[in-house]
Design a binder for this molecule. Structure first.
Ligand code: UD1
Length: 354
């Protein structure tokens, strides 16, 4: 049973769903309803050919306590109804933690995909979600050696298997399908290859106070080439609340994109500027330089290899966004694009009474 609810989880679900089909494994999909806008949810199921969810909890927005609590309550019935061999939870969202808590209390085995990532910033809700989920889970599916090392340091090495990164699977497949076409952002704005940067900003640290959000937007507008920001609902809602226009200077605002359009737009961009976790790594895999508006990253390999730079808003951001490309590399810390088959194999091998 896969439990998902937020946009990055739908991307990770796609290769797992397809690997389950290939292996003939019965796969129940539960959607918590954390993300409900069609452009954050339905379009991912359609474009990535994911079967429709078997269960939809319809939880929606709320404070962390309200949202997580509602999912936790609803998950109990769903787990008892289906009695899964494994509850597979993804990443670090409130949906991840709620499903893990429900399963561990009901004594159903939990596997955590993307286990062991750490920012070591306990003010991020995602950091709390991932630490608690790792400690509740029976099987820790780590994407990288660095993640496995973190789990080892927390005494969890006995439950850890390095499987590679499933986002790499879906990214490579999508890249190969879209590589020859101009990106929708190029077509819409008349940009040529490499003329623009693509931005996304949604983290509470960058959006919740007016000063910080204004500073980030001003910096994006001051970059020396066009920047197109894909407005996550949190960004749109917070900008409205603070009375701020998003577009300014060189910054243009665009609705979120479906996954293949996002991949094409990042592939043909000069750079990516983001506070998203997944997009930092996707930029590296597409060999588009990334500027990350955060003090830490979970994907440290991207920084070590010079493809990602961590910045604060202001001059630092503006300078980093127009830096030259680093030297090319063929290092592959995120696996070879076949992680999902390995995940399913490990799950089958570790199923009790199989
Ligand atoms: C969540 C995850 C984050 C992930 C991100 C990807 C947690 C703690 N955070 O953050 O790790 O990177 O998703 O997008 O789980 N909203 C809509 N429509 C929607 C969904 C949300 O308008 O379909 C609005 C909500 O009303 C709220 C805001 O967006 O104002 C935040 O949504 P929420 O799901 O709580 O967290 P995210 O910030 O999206």
């Amino acid at each position: 049973m896969s439990v998902v609810g937020a946009r990055p989880q739908f991307v990770k679900l796609a290769p797992i769903a397809h690997a389950c089909e290939r292996a003939g494994v019965e796969h129940i999909i539960v959607h918590t309803g954390q993300h409900y806008d069609p452009m954050l949810s339905d379009v991912f199921f359609e474009e990535l050919n994911i079967p429709a969810p078997d269960e939809h909890l319809g939880v929606g927005s709320g404070s962390h306590g309200v949202q997580t609590g509602a999912m936790l309550a609803a998950m109990d019935d769903v787990i008892l109804k289906h009695e899964p061999d494994w509850v597979l939870v993804y990443g670090d969202t409130n949906s991840t933690l709620a499903a893990a808590l429900s399963a561990v209390k009901l004594h159903f085995p939990i596997a955590h995909l993307e286990a062991g990532l750490r920012s070591f910033n306990r003010e991020m809700p995602e950091e709390i979600n991932r630490v608690l989920t790792d400690h509740a889970a029976d099987l820790l599916l780590a994407p990288t050696e660095v993640a496995a090392q973190h789990l080892n340091e927390e005494g969890l090495s006995g439950r850890t298997v390095v499987v590679g990164d499933v986002m790499t699977d879906v990214l490579y497949q999508t890249r190969d399908a879209v590589a020859d076409k101009p990106s929708p952002i190029m077509e819409e704005y008349g940009f040529s290859e490499g003329e623009y940067s693509l931005a996304t900003i949604h983290r509470p640290q960058n959006t919740d106070t007016k000063d910080q959000l204004e500073s980030v937007l001003n910096s994006l507008g001051s970059v020396d080439h066009p920047v197109v920001i894909l407005a996550h609902p949190r960004l749109a809602a917070k900008a409205k609340e603070h009375g701020l226009e998003i577009a300014r200077g060189n910054l243009r605002v665009h609705a979120p994109l479906a996954y293949p359009d996002l991949v094409a737009s990042a592939l043909h961009a000069r750079g990516v500027i983001t506070d998203s976790g997944g997009l930092q790594k996707e930029a590296f895999l597409l060999r588009t330089p990334c500027t990350t508006v955060r003090p830490q990253t979970e994907w440290v390999e991207t920084v070590e290899m010079g493809w990602n730079v961590l910045v604060d808003s202001g001059e630092e951001l503006v300078r980093a966004a127009s830096r030259p490309r680093p030297d090319d590399t063929d290092v592959a810390p995120y696996g070879d694009g076949h992680a999902a088959d390995q995940v399913v194999e490990v799950l089958i091998k570790n199923t009790k009474n199989a």
